[in-house]
Design a protein around this ligand. Sequence first.
Ligand code: F6R
Length: 607
Amino acid sequence: MCGIVGILGQEPVAMRLVEALRRLEYRGYDSAGIAVLEDGRLERVRAPGKLNNLVERLLASPLAATCGIGHTRWATHGAPNETNAHPHFAGPVAIVHNGIIENFKSLREGLLKDGVKTATDTDTEVVAHLIAQRLKAGDAPRQAVQNTLDKLEGAFAFVILFEGEEDLLIGARRGSPLAVGHGDGEMFLGSDAIALAPFTNRVTYLEDGDMAVLTRSSLELYDSQGRHTLRPLQFTQASALLVDKGGHRHFMAKEIAEQPDVVGHTMAEYLDFNAGRVRLPDMPVDLAGLSRINITACGTAYYAGLAAKYWIEQIARLPVEVDVASEFRYREAPLEEGGLSLVISQSGETADTLAALRYCKARGQKVAAVVNVPESTIARESDVVLRTFAGPEIGVASTKAYTCQLTVLAAFSIALARARGKLDDEGEARLVTAMNGLPRNLVRALREDGHIEEVAQKIAHSRDILYLGRGINYPTALEGALKLKEISYIHAEGYAAGELKHGPIALIDEDVPVVVIAPSDTLFDKTVSNMEEVAARGARIVLITDEEGAAHHGRNAFETISVPLADPFLAPILFAIPVQLLAYHAAVFLGTDVDQPRNLAKSVTVE
Ligand code: F6R
């Protein structure tokens, strides 16, 4: 995950930028760089690899500048080399960027038509050129940035430095995080408060769509509509801890909000957006030769595995077995030597998942692990690691790790389908393009937060709540129910929508809300019939659907929550947001300990 910083200081800034970047190392990176205004002129120093490589170069030719920007890059568009490392320059503009610009190809074509020459393959350079063009056309820096932001699609955060402007930094965010640090006669910008902790504990977190204009003595904020706005100044604990809540009330809220960013970074590892291709690390087996796959995991990670079963069977036409890890070895599953097992774990330390991994290895299987903690035991004992880039997940209830697991599993399913000849170039490119839009759609799904809070408060006093889903949305129903019960302590169950009349429908009355997860896909009408069955028995329906589903059937529901209309392939990832928010707000309303619910541990290392 890229990390970005900016400093308007009173003393030489180069090593301070590095110090801030060091605190962002946890996000992962493969190159780093800084740009400063040295005697009014833009200078930059960049280096592939670790920050120490950058430090060596800075020591060899020290800089005296007191304002600058810095970046640790996790490659998305273009190889991880010095040329593609940030900051990027265009005329008087230097920029660092975290996130993905989805429409950069068409923007670059426009620039090329205008005779602009680009030096790199990155989406970031395109943004620098667009700002430079606006400056040339006579815009002041703030206006040039605003005009450029209006053209961008995607989820991102920027910090921008301008040649000739010794007392100006502009930051902007949409989806990806950004915070302003207030010093004494100094101002800072950073991906999070952890980066700013060496300099200040007074922080203003930008809200989605905000732009910040900084001088050493002032901060002006503008919202997504370009209106002047104010955001609270907060005192953070980030210097004491290495993690903080980023201005949110709970870690869980922060982690839910981080999903456009971390899903974007996870995608960037596995998808080549330029080529429209998926790239996996070298696999220990020939994917084309597999006759089946088995997946094991616990809890939320198990539901990610269940969604993967639908993806893999639907697009790669390969049979998949999914087991909860705590049961897997007791059924003494026969496993083919040389076959492939997938294990999924945020922590990489879950005892049952580890035992399942060892069971598979003992029977000659190769193991691929989808894990978030790369140093974990499961990662170390696997043959290949398909890492998620969710960053540290502190809330006990898994949220961002889940959507990152799904992102990796979606990419894996596409790669498998390709390897098995079940998907052609065009089909792969279509799915990769659809995934490219995920961060933006996640941002839009998060905007329903206020409405979901109201819905959560209306159902929070229920004793039981049912969640229904069909097809690939059935795992989301299970996950929604798990999220709700673990943090709000409301009894909740997820069912396959068609199973309802085989028993659970007996529970339905006006006191049992039913949450129906139904995107407007090919199964929509069937799920709506199930919804009507329960509505006829007095149940209050909360329909979670997309814009099209809401337009057709929203009126039949007691409440309708809608997410953006997107490729049905992405539904498990997109629909995770409303079920997480519903559980979160119900728990906050009931006053439970959201981040550390009773009886639960983040990492379950006993069987
Ligand atoms: C639920 C949750 C748990 C974990 C499960 C597996 O919100 O967090 O169900 O998903 O304990 O943990 P990991 O993924 O660390 O193996």
